[in-house]
Design a protein around this ligand. Structure first.
Ligand code: GLY
Length: 409
């Protein structure tokens, strides 16, 4: 490996005690939320740091169920670890998490059976942390069926002309003929579906999409396009554009983080050596554009002094990607990326994590969902708030740091 300089050398890493404290608080917060958020779900973003309940109709619902499953895992592990004393109480807590998440699995089953708001590519975000997790952790057969139906739904969005999965909108409109970088995290669902069924069609489509995405979304300077359009007739690459970033040519902070985690998943599932180098490039760009406290502003164009909102959820996603990739690298490079992840999670824990339930019913403050700029097409909401995937990936990163995690993705 080329020698890498850690520009954050000297920054503290999160300790094992802090990881445990952060997970204890996160489980407590999740538990306090169950009465309000079992039949219904937490919204994608908070308002004044409090989530409102919503139905199972958004692309984001799976993250809340994922938080419940991560809480279940933590309680189960603690019950095993601490011996007889308190074991029963811990198992009881774990059972309550399992019961609540299982209610939500029913809701996901109903959603895919009845095709409620599933005409988009986010089947992985919806069904991986909810139903794949349920099946892996508890063997829930209905969860397996729901997740397989979601994989079937996802592959209906594949375009052989262009070889990609279309993100949003009707499939026959040129203005929708695009992929988006976020989709890399929807693909583990397809690999899982092939593993479960033995049918290679899911993996084949995932692989083609990854190849098209990697060839087009990573720019010369290693920043990434949020979205990339193709010619509907020929499938030829056409042009990149942002949706949620500041402007077309900038690097949306969460998009770059989806790229970091997405490339780690791409390598995990394909084993392609050239994807390791892509991972390094996308990651180094990300690291080189972080402000002093390691938590990016919502677009990597901005830095300290710009007075722009942060996106703490981007840091949580990137930390998970670094930890995932460090599993496959040689010792020195693995330690470099894992160390950076520990620093990012420490920064989240010290300065962004909720510490008091009176302050918020979420886990991580100062995330940005959709920030309107003069150059993008998105609406303005969830700016400088908690968001549900920021909370989920914070818990996932902590879990990855605590044990060898049998991942949902
Ligand atoms: N996948 C949509 C987002 O990151 O906002």
């Amino acid at each position: 490996m080329e020698e890498k300089k850690d520009k954050f050398a000297g920054y503290p890493e999160i300790s094992n005690e802090e990881i445990d404290a952060a997970l204890r608080f996160s489980c407590g917060q999740t538990e306090r939320n169950l009465p309000q958020f079992t039949e219904r779900f937490q919204n994608a973003y908070s308002v004044n740091n409090f989530y409102e309940p919503i139905d199972n109709t958004d692309w984001t619902n799976g993250f809340w169920t994922g938080e419940i499953w991560l809480s279940y895992e933590y309680c189960m592990d603690m019950a095993e670890k601490k011996g007889a004393d308190g074991k029963e109480a811990r198992l009881k807590r774990a059972e309550a998490f399992k019961a609540a998440a299982s209610v939500q699995v029913e809701s996901f089953y109903n959603r895919i059976k009845n095709k409620i708001e599933v005409d988009h590519h986010d089947m992985g975000f919806l069904y991986t942390p909810s139903c794949v997790a349920a099946y892996k952790l508890t063997g829930n057969k209905k969860a397996r069926e729901a997740a397989l139906l979601a994989a079937d739904q996802l592959i209906t969005r594949y375009h052989p002309v262009g070889e990609f999965i279309q993100a949003w909108g009707p499939m026959d409109a040129p203005e929708n003929y695009r992929l988006i970088i976020d989709c890399l995290l929807n693909l583990p669902l397809l690999y899982w579906a092939t593993e479960e069924t033995g049918d290679g069609k899911y993996r084949e489509i995932a692989e083609r999409h990854i190849h098209t995405a990697v060839a087009n979304v990573i720019r010369e300077d290693d920043s990434t396009w949020h979205t990339f359009f193709f010619d509907m007739k020929t499938g030829a690459p056409d042009h990149g554009a942002t949706c949620q970033g500041y402007r077309d040519g900038s690097a949306w902070a969460r998009g770059q983080a989806w790229g970091v985690y997405g490339m780690a998943c791409a390598y995990r599932y394909t084993g392609r050596e050239d994807y390791i180098e892509k991972f390094r490039r996308v990651t180094e760009y990300y690291l080189n554009h972080l402000p002093k406290d390691l938590i990016p502003y919502w677009d990597l164009e901005f830095t300290d002094g710009d007075e722009q909102p942060r996106d703490s959820s981007s840091a949580a996603i990137a930390a998970c990607g670094l930890l995932e990739m460090s599993k496959y690298l040689k010792e020195e490079e693995a330690a470099y990326y894992a160390g950076l992840a520990r620093k990012m999670v420490k920064a989240l824990y010290d300065r962004y994590a909720v510490r008091d339930a009176a302050e918020s019913n979420g886990l991580v403050l100062h995330a940005t969902y959709s920030n309107h700029s003069p150059y993008n097409t998105c609406n303005h909401y969830g700016v400088d708030e908690c968001n549900i995937w920021g909370d989920y990936f914070y818990m996932e990163a902590l879990t990855r740091l605590r044990k060898e995690w049998n991942q949902y993705w």
